[in-house]
Design a protein around this ligand. Sequence first.
Ligand code: FES
Length: 102
Amino acid sequence: MSEFRPVAKLSEVPEGSAIRVEIDGCPIAIARSEGGVYACQDTCTHEEASLSDGDVFDAVIECPLHGARFDLRTGAVKSLPAVVPIQVFEVKIEGDTILVKR
Ligand code: FES
């Protein structure tokens, strides 16, 4: 059964950036944009790039390798070359702690 797990402190993820964490060995990107905190799969669906190394803006994360963009709210592809959406996860904030449900 999935449950919320603490993954990082808010202070570790400045606005407009992302970090990589792991839940049960699975890489997850935690991103902050437009005042929101988001969690998504860290591995791009195009090739094997780590999305948390990419740029974050307008609630979008951009792959650092070929520039595919994904909507952090839904996982939808916003820009090629990726065509498969990323998985996104529920986020909860408790004090300064970011929790992710996976
Ligand atoms: S690996 Fe992400 S766009 Fe190619």
